[in-house]
Write a protein that binds this ligand. Structure first.
Ligand code: HEM
Length: 212
């Protein structure tokens, strides 16, 4: 790819090691958050079921990550969701949010314990306050990979997330996971949304913490 030059091995020199100062449009996502007004719409045999949920999410700055000449700054996250007043996990998700300053690319990786993983891609400006990422079944660059049961019974066609940065310390997301559910004629829109408020500031990434 012309943008990275011929040399695919040499890493950028003189990097800024402080991830928190280089997260571009992901800056407001760093830290610990809670959202008490989540809404999920999920597939049930009798039709779409709506469910309120409570979410905690931690997003921790990671050290700058180079793939040869390519450079990402990012956050490692864990989201945990319960129904109001319950302990049992209702949804769990881990992954990374990545920002590539050179190309204005944002990546979200997500893995959920249903046996499913996806990599969604979008683009944004350095100071964007809203951005959208998409993953599609069958794509090799921004795809969705499901275990055999889900692939057969809840074939996931597309995943889309729009993030909007709100007033100080808040951000929201709106997700649409489109799946072809066995027995249904039309694709099902499994949607989720929440607004998250900061409960703790992030720690700097390990290399930034170690700086004298
Ligand atoms: C806050 C976010 C989310 C919540 C609260 C949530 C919750 C749920 C719930 C309650 C079900 C139905 C479970 C059942 O009846 O067995 C479900 C189904 C499903 N979800 Fe999610 N989900 C979320 C996000 C996602 C995402 C991001 C994906 C994938 C990109 C995903 C993929 C699926 C699939 C494939 C199913 C169908 C399997 C099944 O119904 O057992 N979900 N989700």
């Amino acid at each position: 790819m012309a943008i990275y030059g011929e040399d695919i091995y040499t890493e950028p020199a003189d990097l800024d090691l402080d991830t928190l100062a280089n997260l571009g449009p992901l800056t407001a996502l760093a830290g610990s958050f809670q959202g008490t007004r989540g809404l999920d719409v999920n597939p049930k045999p009798e039709g779409p079921r709506k469910q309120a949920f409570i979410e905690t999410i931690e997003l921790e700055p990671i050290d700058p990550q180079a793939n040869g000449p390519q450079l990402y700054y990012g956050l490692r996250y864990h989201a945990h969701v319960v129904k109001p007043g319950e302990v049992e996990t209702y949804h769990d998700q881990v992954g990374y949010w990545l920002w590539e300053p050179k190309t204005g690319t944002i990546i979200q990786t997500l893995t959920i314990p249903r046996g499913q993983t996806a990599l969604a891609i979008g683009r944004a400006s350095q100071d964007a306050t809203s951005f959208e990422l998409v993953a599609k079944r069958g794509e090799t660059g921004n795809g969705i990979c499901s275990g055999p049961f889900l692939e057969e019974a809840f074939t996931t066609l597309e995943y889309r997330i729009r993030v909007t940065i709100g007033a100080a310390g808040t951000w929201s997301y709106d997700e649409d996971t489109i799946m072809q559910v066995r027995g249904l004629k039309e694709p099902f829109h499994h949607t989720d949304r929440n607004t998250l408020s900061k409960t703790a500031e992030p720690l700097p990434n390990p290399l930034a913490r170690a700086k004298p």
